[in-house]
Design a protein around this ligand. Structure first.
Ligand code: ASC
Length: 151
């Protein structure tokens, strides 16, 4: 099948894969919508883990593993959607994100590291492991919000 793929089509595919992130969004509003969607889904699944970690919901090992996987997947998505010009409109993103891009990247990397640990902990099959990992992960979310999000 691969051999039969016309060269031009292969070139097109490679260009698409290498396209800069901003090319994925036709308009700044679309980038804003996309990143909000990923953050909202992340928060929904993170919240379910939080409910288990705090004892507000019964611990369910399978649900913990599934929710942590979803959080880890969602955590990869928002970053390319902080495109140039998408600091305007219906967004709580502060201009510091663009002014201090290295610091923002650092904060988002830290959060993804914590989420990686949370994902491992959520698969340990006991609520204590989840509790240990949940706090530092929530703190890494908050650290970014405190600096880079309005309100
Ligand atoms: C959540 C959620 C966040 C983080 C943050 C942690 O459940 O929606 O944005 O935790 O509040 O401080």
């Amino acid at each position: 099948m691969k051999k039969m793929m016309p060269a031009a089509f292969t070139v097109c595919l490679s260009l698409f894969a290498l396209a800069p992130a901003h090319a994925q969004f036709a308009k700044p509003e679309e980038a804003v919508k996309y990143r909000k969607a990923s953050f909202n889904l992340m928060a929904a699944h993170f919240g379910r883990l939080g409910a288990m970690a705090s004892g507000k919901a019964p611990y369910d090992a399978k649900a913990a593993a599934e929710n942590a996987d979803l959080v880890a997947t969602m955590a990869k998505l928002p970053w390319p959607a902080f495109t140039e010009g998408s600091d305007k409109g219906e967004t709580r993103a502060k201009s510091e994100i663009w002014k201090d891009a290295a610091k923002f990247k650092d904060a988002s990397d830290k959060m993804q590291v914590e989420i990686g640990k949370l994902n491992v902990a959520a698969k340990a099959g006991n609520v204590d492991a989840l509790k240990v990992a949940f706090g530092p992960t929530a703190a890494s979310c908050k650290a970014c919000h405190d600096t880079f999000r309005k309100d």
